[in-house]
Design a protein around this ligand. Structure first.
Ligand code: HDD
Length: 703
C-alpha cells in the first residue's frame, strides 16, 4: 500500500465552467470570501498553512489509528460538519440573481425616496424567487405561491420589497401565520406530504378559514404553476405609504410586470416536469441570464388617497383584497433588470436576508396587521438563520451606501468602529455620526387612537366577493384549470368532511364552479353553502388584469422549441427552423435518440442537447418532430418518443412535422391533426410556424 496518493486535478475546460471562472475573478460582488490570488493553486488550511497531503489522515503507521494531532483533518471535518445553516422556515427553496433598478418616470410629487426623484437613477438589486411550502431540496413545479423578493441597494439604505407572485394572501392577521404554515407543510408525525398543498391538514385549515378563499382562487389557478420566474408578475401585496418632501402621504401598492409576458404550465406538465427536471425554474433563470436574455420587469404603482380608501368596498389594510387595476390604474415608474448570476449560491442566495421593515425615507408602512407582524418576524428569523445580529455585514446584505452607527461586537463582526467613540452623545473631536432630523427617516405622523383589543376591522369579514371577481375574470380555459386543480387537490384529501367543508365555500364564489367541483369529486349534490359573515358584494366588474391568458407575451422571445430529430432528416430545413426561432429571440434544443446526435441526409452531424428520455416535450414551449422514414420506424418503438408526441398534442402545443414525423404521432394515438399542427416543408413554413408559436398554445384543441 502506498503512503502517497497521486493528486487528481479535475479538468475545468468546459465552456460553461470557464465562463464562471472568468466572471468570479472579475466581479465577486457577493462572495469575497476567497482571498487567495487566482493563480495560487496551493492548498492551505483555513489558517493559511500549506497542506502536504489531502488524501490521507495522519496515522500511526499506514494501518494504524488516526492521530488527534492531525489539525488539517480536524479542521476540514469540523468545517464540513458545520456547512449547513437552518433553511428558511418558509420559502426555503429559492433562486437568486443580481441586477439593477432604474427609475423611468420619477415621482417626487409622491415620495421623497431618493431613488425615485430623477429619471435614469439606477441602483443595484438582488432578487430571490422561491416556492413557499417546500423544503430546500424540493421540486420547482409544486403548486404554490412564488416568492418575489427584491432588495434595492439605494443611496439611502436597503429597500426590500418582499412580495409574492400573487397580490393577496391567505390570512389577514400575522397571528395566524404559524398555523397556516404548519398546516401546509408536512404533518409533524409522518413528515409528508412535502412541497404540496394537496393533503388533509392544509385543506382542513383552509376550510375553517374563509378569509383564505380569495388566495385559494389564485393558487388553484395557473398562477400556482408558473412556466418560469421570468414570466410571473410580482406584488408587494400590502398597502404601503408614499411620503413626499412636504410630508404629504398617499397609499401605494407595488406591482412588478414582466416584460416577457405572463405564462404558466398545465398541471399535467408540472407533474412531469418535476420528474424530468426538478430544477426547471432555476435552470431557466440561470440559462436566460447566461445567454444574455436578461429578464426585465416594470415597477408599477397604484396610488390612491384616503378618499378612495374610504369609498372602496373593502378595507385597504386587508391583505386578502386587491385593488383592481381598472379602478386604480398601474403607473409604471421604473424597471428591474436581472443581468448577472451569483458567484456563489450560498454566499448570496442562501444568506440574503430580506426584511419587510427595510424601507427608506419616502416610503412607510400602513397598519395592515399582516405587514405589522411581518416587520417583527423577518428580523427575528435572520438571527436564527444567520447566527447573530451582524448579518448585515455579509456582503449580499450590506448597504452599498455609506453607513455609520455605534453598534458593535457580536458574532462574526466584520465592520468594527475605529477610534474611541462608541456611544452618543459624546464630546470627542471625532465623535462619530449624529442623527439628521431633516434627511433621516421619519414615520408618517398618522394619528392613531382606539381601544386596545384583539379584533379586526369590520370590512375584513368579507371573504368571497373578490374571490368571485377573480374567478369570473378568468377565461373559460383558465376556469377549467382552476376547477380541475380544486378537484385534484381535494381528491387527495382523505377525510370526506374536509372535502365537503371546502366545497361548501364555493357557492358563495360561483355556482358553476361549485357544481363542477362537486361533480368532479363525485358528490351527489353541492353541499349547503356556509353562511357568509358579510354579504357578498355583487356586480364587481370583471378585471382582465387578473387573467394570465389575457396578458400573454404575443412573442416567442425567451421561449424554447424542442426539436426531436432522427438520422436522415433534411439538414437545411432544420437550419431554417433554427433561424426562425433565433430571429424570434427564442432558443432551440435538439432532442435525439442518442446524445451523440444524428446525421442529416447530406451526412452532416448534428449534436443533441438531450437524449429522448431526458428531453420530454413538457420541457418545451413548442415542439417540432423531424424524422426520416427509417428514423420514424425506430422512434415508434421508443416509448418516450411516443410520449413526446402524445404529450405535446395533449398539452395544446404548437407542433411542426417534417418528413415522416406524422407517423410517430399516429403511433402515439394522435390522428386528428388540427390547425395547431404545421406541416414543415421549407423556410417559409418554418417562419410561419414560429409566428404561430407566439400564441404559445393552440387552446382550441382542448376547449
Ligand atoms: Fe413571509 C420569507 C413573502 C407573510 C414570515 N416571505 C418570505 C419570503 C417571501 C415572503 C418572498 C422569502 C424571502 C427570501 O427569498 O429570502 N410573506 C411573504 C408575503 C407575505 C408573507 C408576500 C404576505 C403578504 N411572512 C408572512 C407573514 C410572516 C412571514 C405574515 C410572519 C408573521 N416570511 C416570514 C419569515 C421568512 C419569510 C418566517 C422565512 C425566511 C425569511 O423570512 O427570511 O420570517
Amino acid at each position: 500500500m502506498s503512503e502517497e496518493t497521486p493528486h487528481f486535478r479535475p479538468s475545468i475546460k468546459t465552456q460553461k465552467s470557464n465562463e464562471t471562472i472568468e466572471r468570479s475573478q472579475t466581479e465577486g460582488q457577493g462572495g469575497e470570501t476567497h482571498q487567495h490570488a487566482p493563480d495560487d493553486h496551493r492548498l492551505t488550511t483555513a489558517q493559511g498553512i500549506p497542506v502536504s497531503d489531502n488524501q490521507n489522515s495522519l496515522k500511526a503507521g499506514p494501518r494504524g489509528p488516526t492521530l488527534l494531532e492531525d489539525f488539517h483533518f480536524r479542521e476540514k471535518m469540523f468545517h464540513f460538519d458545520h456547512e449547513r445553516i437552518p433553511e428558511r422556515v418558509v420559502h426555503a427553496r429559492g433562486y437568486g440573481a443580481r441586477g439593477y433598478f432604474e427609475t423611468t418616470d420619477p415621482i417626487p410629487e409622491l415620495t421623497s425616496a431618493h431613488l425615485l426623484q430623477e429619471k435614469g437613477r439606477k441602483v443595484p438589486a438582488f432578487v430571490r424567487f422561491s416556492t413557499v411550502a417546500g423544503n430546500k431540496g424540493s421540486m420547482d413545479l409544486a403548486r404554490d405561491a412564488r416568492g418575489f423578493a427584491v432588495k434595492l441597494y439605494t443611496e439611502e439604505g436597503n429597500w426590500d420589497i418582499v412580495g409574492n407572485n400573487i397580490p393577496v394572501f391567505f390570512i389577514q392577521d400575522a397571528m395566524k401565520f404559524p398555523d397556516l404554515v404548519h398546516s401546509v407543510k408536512e404533518a409533524p408525525d409522518r413528515a409528508f406530504p412535502q412541497a404540496q398543498s394537496a393533503h388533509d391538514n392544509f385543506w382542513d385549515f383552509i376550510s375553517l378559514m374563509p378569509e383564505a378563499m380569495h388566495m385559494i382562487m389564485w393558487t388553484m389557478s395557473d398562477r400556482g404553476i408558473p412556466r418560469s420566474f421570468r414570466f410571473m408578475e410580482g406584488f408587494g401585496v400590502h398597502t404601503f405609504r408614499f411620503v413626499n418632501a412636504e410630508g404629504d402621504s398617499t397609499f401605494v401598492k407595488f406591482h412588478w410586470k414582466p416584460k416577457q409576458g405572463l405564462q404558466s404550465v398545465l398541471w399535467d406538465e408540472a407533474v412531469k416536469i418535476n420528474g424530468a427536471d426538478p430544477d426547471f425554474h432555476r435552470r431557466d433563470l440561470w440559462d436566460a441570464i447566461q445567454r444574455g436574455d436578461y429578464p426585465e420587469w416594470e415597477l408599477g404603482v397604484q396610488v390612491f388617497d384616503d378618499a378612495f380608501a374610504d369609498q372602496f368596498d373593502f378595507d385597504v389594510l386587508d391583505a386578502t383584497k386587491l385593488i383592481p387595476e381598472e379602478d386604480v390604474p398601474v403607473r409604471i415608474i421604473g424597471r428591474l433588470v436581472l443581468d448577472s448570476v451569483v458567484d456563489n449560491f450560498f454566499a448570496e442566495t442562501e444568506q440574503v436576508a430580506f426584511c419587510t421593515q427595510n424601507i427608506v425615507p419616502g416610503i412607510d408602512f400602513t397598519n395592515d396587521p399582516l405587514l405589522q407582524g411581518r416587520n417583527f418576524s423577518y428580523l427575528d428569523t435572520q438571527i436564527k438563520r444567520l447566527g447573530g445580529p451582524n448579518f448585515t455585514h455579509i456582503p449580499v446584505n450590506a448597504p452599498r451606501c455609506p453607513f455609520a452607527h455605534f453598534q458593535q461586537d457580536g458574532h462574526m463582526a466584520m465592520h468594527n468602529p475605529a477610534g474611541r467613540a462608541n456611544y452618543e452623545p459624546n464630546s470627542w473631536k471625532d465623535g462619530g455620526p449624529r442623527a439628521d432630523a431633516e434627511a433621516g427617516f421619519r414615520s408618517y405622523p398618522e394619528e392613531i387612537s382606539g381601544e386596545k383589543r384583539k379584533a379586526r376591522g369590520e370590512l375584513f369579514a368579507d371573504h368571497y366577493s373578490q374571490a368571485r371577481q377573480f374567478y369570473q375574470s378568468q377565461t373559460k380555459v383558465e376556469q377549467t384549470h382552476l376547477a380541475d386543480a380544486l378537484i385534484f387537490e381535494l381528491s387527495k384529501v382523505e377525510t370526506l368532511e374536509i372535502r365537503e367543508r371546502v366545497v361548501a365555500h364555493l357557492p358563495n364564489i360561483d355556482g358553476d364552479l361549485a357544481q363542477t367541483v362537486a361533480d368532479g369529486l363525485g358528490f351527489e349534490d353541492v353541499p349547503e353553502a356556509h353562511a357568509p359573515r358579510r354579504e357578498v358584494v355583487g356586480g364587481l366588474t370583471k378585471s382582465d388584469a387578473l387573467s394570465i391568458l389575457k396578458n400573454g407575451p404575443d412573442s416567442f422571445q425567451g421561449r424554447k422549441l424542442g426539436i426531436l430529430v432522427t438520422d436522415g432528416i433534411d439538414g437545411e430545413l432544420l437550419q431554417s427552423l433554427k433561424d426562425a426561432v433565433q430571429e424570434a429571440g427564442g432558443v432551440v434544443e435538439i432532442v435525439a435518440p442518442a446524445i451523440g446526435g444524428i446525421k442529416t441526409s447530406d451526412g452532416k452531424r448534428v449534436p443533441a442537447d438531450q437524449k429522448i428520455d431526458g428531453g420530454p416535450s413538457v420541457l418545451y414551449d413548442a415542439v417540432a418532430v423531424m424524422a426520416s422514414k427509417d428514423g420514424v420506424a425506430k422512434l415508434k418503438s421508443v416509448h418516450p418518443a411516443k410520449g413526446f408526441a402524445a404529450d405535446a398534442f395533449a398539452h395544446a402545443k404548437f407542433i411542426a412535422l417534417a418528413g415522416d414525423a406524422a407517423e410517430l404521432f399516429r403511433a402515439a394515438g394522435v390522428t386528428d391533426f388540427d390547425d395547431g399542427v404545421f406541416e414543415l416543408a421549407d423556410r417559409k413554413g418554418a417562419a410561419e410556424f414560429i409566428e404561430a408559436c407566439k400564441a404559445l398554445r393552440y387552446w382550441d384543441r382542448v376547449k
